[in-house]
Design a protein around this ligand. Structure first.
Ligand SMILES: [Cu+2]
Length: 213
């Protein structure tokens, strides 16, 4: 009986983690959280538009994704944070807004996103040091929601600096002040299917005990 149930549990786990092939990544519920980027008097300023400062939930929805979004396969991820202009801002001539990862939890992965509803247009290219990519990423001024992901459950955070850099090389232009923001995520894997198996075993053991009594 126990043996049969174990087999059943393995089958249940396999079924509940079975993948839906080739979809675009799922938008995490809970809405967008923007890092508002201001630029005034030669200084960049950052603030969150949400009182909820995180950590946000990374989720593994159990899907496989259409390439190039398949970099997210088998991972927890979250795309709620987005970089957004705070009003009408423009970089100085020859300069651009750059965002660089100052420090981050090891094994945090970040892939290039874009407008949230246009998932099929994102490059999903590794950025901010992921897979050996450069630490700095050039922001073009439009709302951009990157894909923040992890293979292993846990707490992740990253500190970013937004600065004015050379439009081509990204080298910081010292006459402009930069600002920093720290974002965080929690990856807690979905326990429902595993829990169902444990409960199923407990019920069987209890029934056996009752039958013996
Ligand atoms: Cu947004």
């Amino acid at each position: 009986m126990k043996y049969k149930l174990t087999i059943a549990c393995i089958l249940i786990l396999a079924a509940t983690t079975a993948v839906h092939a080739d979809v675009w990544p799922t938008l995490n519920p809970g809405g967008m959280k923007h890092i508002m980027i201001g630029f005034e008097n030669n200084a960049v300023s950052l603030h969150l538009d949400s009182a909820d400062a995180g950590p946000l939930l990374m989720e593994n929805f159990g899907n496989t994704h259409i390439p190039p979004a398949d970099v997210l396969d088998g991972k927890g991820y979250n795309d709620q944070y987005g970089w957004l202009a705070d009003g009408l801002i423009a970089p100085p001539a020859g300069g651009a807004f750059w965002i660089r990862s100052v420090v981050a939890t090891p094994r945090l992965e970040i892939y290039e996103g874009g407008m949230r509803m246009m998932r099929d247009t994102h490059t999903y290219a590794p950025i901010f040091g992921t897979s050996g990519s450069p630490d700095a990423w050039k922001w073009n001024g439009t709302m951009t929601h990157h894909w923040n992901a992890a293979v292993l459950p846990g707490f992740y955070e990253a500190t970013f600096e937004v600065y004015i850099g050379d439009a081509v090389t990204g080298v910081a232009l010292p006459e402009y002040a930069a600002d920093q923001v720290t974002l965080s995520w929690n990856y807690v894997p979905e326990p429902a299917s595993a829990l169902m198996c444990v409960m199923g075993l407990a019920i069987v053991v209890r029934r056996k005990r009752i039958a013996r009594a």
